[in-house]
Ligand binder design. Sequence first.
Ligand code: NDP
Length: 788
Amino acid sequence: MDIMTAFKTMDYGPAPESAAEAQAWLERHDYTFGHFINGAFTTPNDLFETRNPATGEVLAQVSTAGEDEVNAAVTAARQAQPDWESLGGPKRARFLYALARLVQKNSRLLAVLETLDNGKPIRESRDIDIPLVARHFYHHAGWAQLLEAEFPHHQAVGVAGQVIPWNFPLLMLAWKIAPALAAGNTVVLKPAEYTPLTALLFAELCVQAGLPKGVVNIVTGMGATGAEISGHPDVNKVAFTGSTEVGRIIRRQTAGQGKKLTLELGGKSPFIVFDDADLDGAVEGLVDAIWFNQGQVCCAGSRLLVQESVADKLLAKIRARMGKLRVGAPLDKSIDIGAIVDPVQRNQIADRVAAGVAEGAEIFQPDIAMPEGGCFYPPTLLYNTEPAMTVAQEEIFGPVLVSMTFRTPEEAVQIANNSRYGLAASVWSENVNLALDVAPRLKAGIVWVNGTNMFDAAAGFGGYRESGYGREGGREGMFEYLKPRYASALKPVKLVLNNEAHMQQKLTTSVDQTRKLYIGGKQARPDGGYDRPVFGPKGALIGQVGEGNRKDIRNAVEAAANAGAWAKTTAHNRAQVLYYIAENLSLRADEFAQTLNTMSGGSDGDDEVRAGIDRLFHWAAWADKYDGAVHSVPIRGVALAMHEPMGVIGIAAPDEAPLLGFLSLVAPAIAFGNRVVALPSAHQPLAALDMYQVFETSDLPGGVVNIVTGNRDALTRTLTEHGNVDAMWYFGSSEGSAMVEAASTGNLKRTWVNDGFARDWFDATQGAGCEFRRAATQVKNIWVPYGE
Ligand code: NDP
């Protein structure tokens, strides 16, 4: 083509990136790879192929790790961990810094290899994925450097087992490995079967960086290999990114194993366009939201919600823009949309789109050139859809935008939140008041205002609801790889005489007072109409409490859910109520001490009441001081990290310190705007129950704290399985902890359990440390770029 013709047509010419270096690297390895265990590659065995999805050609053969290989990798990680941790943060920082430098030095090779293996456009792997990988290692080199000062009283968790998906192979590796190493953990990581190559190249970089043997281990394989890692008894922390379905399996599998768990799962993120938005800007935003990485992005803006008055105009602009998207060879630098990772995924996308059309959605696919051969899917718009349709509810995980309309901001928020997911959201409006009013009301871990898919190592990433829990990146992400130092020294809870056993005894004494349940700010008779006796240490009947059942739990959860105004009241008001509760408790201190002494047979009840009053003062003080942050992210704008309440928290209070334990958990929960359904100590419930009289006289709105007594294990299960409970805190036996973790999978609620260990509730760190603040809140990052 001559220059004049090119000028006239303004067509893009081909701009292919060379694959020669990457091919040479594969050839050096004879196109065959073992696992990277204890600093060296193993002999390849049990091979499977990894292919270039753009052409279908086999790139290499990779080994499948079974039980033996995973054992070897975990053993290597275990042996390496103590020395790695005791190196100290500043020395570990040097290694992380070296890895960052090596990623930068090899960035072109890594980008090409990623594109070959995954099918994503080279523009994205070169300009987004790999720079973010380097940024992640730099950022976490910094955390390693500052660890002792910034995370006092914390230590590494131990060996981290990490399982990652195929959509951002090296980036997900960096998100997992960098914080783990910074905190002093060692790792065993499995890349996805479709995209193992950059992880194997990264293993070589670890050797070049002089990383001690066993600190990073990479094993390849399928889902079964991932399951070997996540279920391994010697793995202390599991970090998983992938589908919600597998996230649930892992939650169930690890229940009761005492592992720390972070899950970064699916999403169906809303992209909300108000009528005053810059529509052209919004269209470009959509290109990044849903056609970035072929839409194979967990936080893809896959649900377009557009205000009805501008819907036709915006959809016309979107259709026009779709007609300009270029689908083709991913190594071509002028390509917008590359290949889908595998035919299995492409067929799944096609099936989900067909199902949407069958449900009544209308479809638009632009008339653009599609490559012949390879694994491609055209950019697609499904419109005239309804919020309840499957395509509006479930991940399609492909380049498919689902569009619907709304009339008012309230309706936009309602439709946006009508999802089991809660990963990200994007809000488009030129009215800053509107955008910043809507952002906090969206149930999502990340909200972008007039932007989308902005990521940075300094800002935590992670979801609400069934999009998983835990954050990756930033200070909050570091906590996921640390544990409090005191945790290693805790002793198992002492088995107390079971109240149930006493119940077989004949009731010989009568008591004059029966404590009721406390639901919605009112004392309530249990639904079943039965009471249960409470016995003193020598078997004497000392009181009766309500025999609450499933119905009572449901009523309590409903009352808590209806008390949502508590989250919106000012922190100052919440502090005042807590001060008032403390004051009223202190007026009745002697009476509470007496009840504690009667229940325990001891004489130190007054110490516990005093400590309980202090604890209430402590959390009253904190109510208006747990500030968020403005992250230093590389945009012209701000990323605001806000601490939001979890919502409704179920609390099963401990047997040890029955009043102090109860207050130590309930007070931080309500200080930060949560509502609570609390189950007091099973065998010493009376003092905690008496708190309702204090609550009633302290201006605590009805429904903020609800107390139910009865068969604690059964009530705990009902509470944990309840779909409207957002988090469950359990302090009891190891069996109970396992049950809570297993039962939490329904709505993937956050759990905080004691694994059967007793803490010292009188101790300031164990009974009121920063983990209480973190358990009571979740971080929402709101990105607000600015400038004309
Ligand atoms: P999966 O969740 O199945 O895979 C993610 C990772 O987990 C992979 O390394 C996988 O191995 C591994 N794995 C699979 N089963 C288990 C198990 N039981 N225990 C431990 N690890 C396991 O995602 P898929 O790749 O199969 O994709 C399926 C769907 O999931 C997609 O269509 C998409 O909807 C969603 N998805 C969401 C992602 C997100 O970031 N939100 C990312 C990827 C997918 P292997 O690769 O060998 O199967």
